[in-house]
Design a protein around this ligand. Structure first.
Ligand SMILES: [Fe+2]
Length: 185
């Protein structure tokens, strides 16, 4: 089952390498996850919009989540304070990256992450970002891996005043909705 392939891939990398300190430390894992995505199929059905916790490492080194986005979604500018990688399984995401300069967070780039794309971030390099989806098209599905210290209940986003503040995340989706959703190919 593909969930296990994602988890096994991350577990193997986390066990073999010290905690990533720089973005390029994550490239081997990003490459491996790209290969898992290439061999993962998504059932042609829609599932409830939510984030689903596929796996939380018992030692707290990482977690793996599947995100299902609604159409026309634009998230807040946020940071995770730990390393992360995501890969797109269906549809696509606009990803806006930001960095802090002279005490202000400013947009630095916008990229389109389509099916098969993998993106990584790793503090201390700025990990402020936000994602959005198109108004139409397929329901967007992506898999996200986060490193140690990721808070499943509370996130950090920029307020309208441009200052970081914590926010409460929504509840996790019911994993039963994903029965038979991911497959191998
Ligand atoms: Fe994020």
């Amino acid at each position: 089952m593909s969930t296990e392939r994602y988890v096994a891939t991350v577990r193997a990398h986390v066990a073999a390498h010290a905690s990533p300190a720089r973005l390029d430390d994550l490239f081997p894992l990003a490459q491996a996850l790209a290969e898992v995505t290439e061999h993962t199929s998504v059932a042609p059905r829609e599932v409830p919009y939510a984030r689903y916790l596929l796996h939380a490492d018992p030692e707290g080194r990482f977690n793996v989540q599947l995100d299902v986005f609604s159409r026309g979604y634009t998230g807040g500018v946020h940071a995770h304070g730990t390393w992360g990688i995501f890969t797109v399984l269906r549809g696509g995401l606009w990803v806006d990256d930001y960095e802090e300069r002279e005490g202000r967070v400013r947009a630095t780039r916008r990229t389109w992450a389509g099916v098969g794309a993998v993106q990584a971030f790793c503090p201390p390099m700025s990990d402020w970002h936000r994602v959005s989806t198109r108004e139409g098209g397929e329901q967007v599905v992506s898999v996200h891996v986060y490193g140690p210290g990721f808070d499943l209940d509370t996130g950090v986003a920029l307020g309208v005043d441009g200052l970081p503040r914590s926010y409460r995340r929504g509840p996790l989706g019911d994993l039963r909705a994903l029965d038979g959703f991911l497959g191998e190919r």
